[in-house]
Write a protein that binds this ligand. Structure first.
Ligand SMILES: [Fe+2]
Length: 298
């Protein structure tokens, strides 16, 4: 039949192009790079052929990626955001953090980590002027055999009560982030803020994409952790707030895991604090998060 023949011819043209592009990478010296480029070519072409991408849609995609690049700078990372809302960040984490014994589960890194957060002593306050309900957070860092990890580095970062990270303000402030080291018994403790739900930045191209899809930009309330120790797999994770209604509605970057949902126990004003800090008439909360690190290379 003519139609079948025409389709075969068309498919043959498309197949031949894929193979020519794949062949162009045949002499890539780095075998891993060769694998990545070859697989990318096959998947990208399969996508274009699957949806029969129009030229107008191709142009829109180029314009979109250009806009993602234009809005990205040292303090705003729209590419990470795009990866997050597509679930690509969580999939990469799933591939690279296979479950191991009782090791704490990982979740998205997000776009708001800064390299140069201040160091605090154990029991210090990370708020740095950020507003919100004070929250005492403590726990241990151990390996999967239960041995305490002394001197583990713990980075924590979170938004303020208005749902904004310091980097989202234009005044260059650094707040609600810090790092500390565990003590000889693997313990850590600090004052932070009780996490609140917040929308990911949605005034840019990623926000437009979410709106076009009818998706909410809101993330479930969380506090970020990055924990590292010698010969242990670095853990990037969050703790989520048990009872947060957003857990039911859904997290815009697919980051929630049941094992990371943590009780933040409300403490009425006047309740004595663990370190004797005087909070006056303010209520506060407390939470415990024990962290288990997998061995390096798992
Ligand atoms: Fe976050």
């Amino acid at each position: 039949m003519t139609t079948t023949s025409a389709n075969q011819t068309q498919a043959g043209i498309e197949d031949e192009l894929v193979e020519r592009v794949v062949a162009s990478f045949a002499d890539t010296p780095d075998p891993r790079l060769k694998e990545l480029l070859t697989s990318l070519t096959r998947h990208l072409h399969a996508f274009i052929r699957d949806v029969r991408l129009t030229e107008a849609e191709w142009e829109t995609a180029i314009e979109f990626l250009t806009a993602v690049g234009h809005i990205t700078d040292d303090r705003r990372q729209e590419f990470v955001l795009l990866s997050d809302v597509l679930g690509a960040s969580m999939q990469t984490i799933a591939v690279n953090n296979q479950a191991y014994k009782g090791a704490t589960e990982a979740t998205v890194f997000g776009p708001f980590f800064l390299e140069d957060a201040p160091k605090i002593d154990l029991g210090g306050d990370i708020a740095g002027g950020a507003t919100g309900q004070p929250c005492w957070i403590e726990g241990t860092v151990t390996d999967t055999d239960g041995n305490p990890v002394r001197g583990a580095r713990i980075e924590v970062w979170e938004c303020d009560e208005d749902g904004f990270y310091d980097v989202q303000y234009d005044d260059g402030r650094m707040a609600a982030r810090a790092y500390m080291f565990t003590d000889d018994d693997g313990h850590y403790r600090f004052w932070g803020l009780t996490p609140v739900p917040y929308p990911i930045p949605h005034d840019g191209p990623v926000g437009k994409m979410l709106a076009a899809a009818g998706r909410s930009p809101v993330r479930a309330a969380h506090l970020h952790f990055m924990v590292s120790g010698p010969e242990l797999r670095t853990l990037v994770t969050h703790i989520f707030v048990d009872g947060d209604p957003q857990l039911e509605i859904g997290d815009s970057v697919f980051g929630v895991k049941d094992s990371l949902i943590t009780e933040f126990a409300p403490q009425p004003a006047g309740t004595p604090t663990p370190d004797g800090r005087d909070l006056g008439e303010r209520d506060w909360a407390r939470s415990r998060f024990d962290i288990v690190l997998a061995p390096e290379g798992i």
